[in-house]
Each structure stands twice: as structure tokens, then as C-alpha cells.
Design a protein around this ligand. Structure first.
Ligand SMILES: C[S@@+](CC[C@H](N)C(=O)[O-])C[C@H]1O[C@@H](n2cnc3c(N)ncnc32)[C@H](O)[C@@H]1O
Length: 210
């Protein structure tokens, strides 16, 4: 079980603090699994949930997508919007403040719904994946990527929040066909040390007829 202090880091207040300063929190580079999977798709409309500072939103917009960046942090969304303006893609982007844990599509549909490294503390990523799937248009795709449980993160309180791609499958509504369900190895640098981690990657396609 995640203790109270650890649980706090999953709440909006904690992310607002992280995004309140001037310093960039993320690299601004697009996530590798997004780049790998989107290459085969025809650009259309996309929703990126947990968009943070907007690196993936900007990259998608540069590939020709019309993108809505969503996050529960107003400070994060402000940063993302500023970065999109600086990158010259403001006209292809819009912003939506939402909590993925209570996400409702409200009738909006996107050709691609992506969610990278958004973790919840209580095993509710299955529910989150199901909620996000409701925003996928017929024939569209849902891409959810997160950290697989790993010794690399063993000292972090959010170890329990990590997931395997196959654990999300029960959240998919009827009419979704899994396309990729795997842990993909990735080499990265954390706290100045090169480490090997796995990206849990779920790509599912919604049937055109459901
Ligand atoms: C680890 S960052 C990842 C940012 C970006 N997707 C990336 O991969 O670089 C997680 C982001 O998800 C947002 N987030 C976390 N929990 C959320 C939730 N329940 N609903 C909406 N956004 C959430 C945070 O504010 C943060 O910007």
C-alpha cells in the first residue's frame, strides 16, 4: 500500500508545485513508444491525457495532427500552451483540464487517444484506460504507456502504481482489438545513472462498426 505522503504525489496539488517554477521538468522530446506507433497512423485528431509540458502534443501537431492536450494541472497546461506557441503549432493545439480518474468524454471523439506515464496510486489504471477508450472514434486508436514494475523504482513510493500492459486489457470496452500488449525495454538515464527499464505499452484499435 502507498502511504499518505507517497499518495500525495499523485494529486494535482503536488503536480502544480512541480510545474510552478521556471525550470523545465521534462525533456520536451516525444515519447519513444508514441513515435514508434504513430508512424503507421494517418494524422487526424488526437487527445494526449497527462500531457505535462506538452512534448508529445507538440510533436503530434508537427506530424499534422490536430491535438488536444489534457492534464489535471493548470500550471502544466499553461507551460504546454506556451511551449506550443514557441514551437509555432498553437493553431493545431487546444487544452483541456481534466482528471483522468473521473474522465468523461462528453461526446468528444478523437482518432488517437494517448496517455504516457500517467500513474494512479490505487490500481485504477484499468478504469482510466476504460474511460479514455470512450473518447476513441470508430476506427481510432488508444495508446497507453507507463512504467512496468521494476527494481529501478524500488525505492520510490509509487512502485505500486506501475502496471503491465496486459493488466489494462479488462478495461477495454467491447469493440476494441488489442494491437500491441507488451513491455518494451528502454535504456534511459535517471538521476545521472544509465538504467534499463520497460515501457508497458498497450495499443488498441476500435472497430469501425462499434
Ligand atoms: C510523469 S508526467 C508525464 C508527462 C508526459 N505525458 C510525458 O510523458 O512526458 C505525468 C503527467 O500526468 C499528469 N497527471 C497525473 N495524474 C493525472 C490525472 N489523474 N489526471 C490528469 N493528469 C494527471 C501530471 O500532471 C503530469 O503532467
Amino acid at each position: 500500500m502507498i502511504e499518505d505522503e507517497g499518495r500525495r504525489m499523485f494529486e494535482p496539488e503536488s503536480w502544480e508545485e512541480r510545474y510552478a517554477g521556471e525550470e523545465k521538468v521534462w525533456s520536451g522530446d516525444p515519447n519513444p513508444q508514441l513515435v514508434a506507433e504513430v508512424a503507421a497512423l494517418t494524422p487526424g485528431t488526437a487527445l494526449d491525457v497527462g500531457c505535462g509540458e506538452g512534448g508529445d502534443v507538440i510533436w503530434l501537431a508537427q506530424q499534422g495532427w490536430t491535438v488536444t492536450g489534457a492534464d489535471f494541472s493548470a500550471n502544466g497546461l499553461d507551460r504546454a500552451k506556451r511551449h506550443a506557441e514557441e514551437a509555432g503549432v498553437a493553431e493545431r493545439t487546444s487544452w483541456w483540464q481534466v482528471d483522468a480518474r473521473t474522465f468523461e468524454a462528453d461526446g468528444r471523439q478523437f482518432d488517437l487517444v494517448a496517455c504516457h506515464f500517467l500513474h494512479t496510486p490505487d490500481g485504477s489504471m484499468v478504469d482510466v484506460a476504460g474511460r479514455l477508450a470512450t473518447a476513441v472514434a470508430p476506427g481510432g486508436h488508444l495508446l497507453v504507456v507507463g512504467h512496468a514494475p521494476s527494481e529501478v523504482f524500488a525505492h520510490h513510493s509509487h512502485h505500486d502504481a506501475m502496471f503491465l500492459a496486459e493488466e489494462l486489457l479488462p478495461g477495454l470496452p467491447e469493440g476494441f482489438e488489442p494491437v500491441v500488449v507488451e513491455q518494451r525495454p528502454r535504456s534511459t538515464v535517471r538521476d545521472g545513472v544509465r538504467v534499463e527499464i520497460d515501457d508497458s505499452t498497450l495499443l488498441a484499435r476500435r472497430s469501425r462498426s462499434v
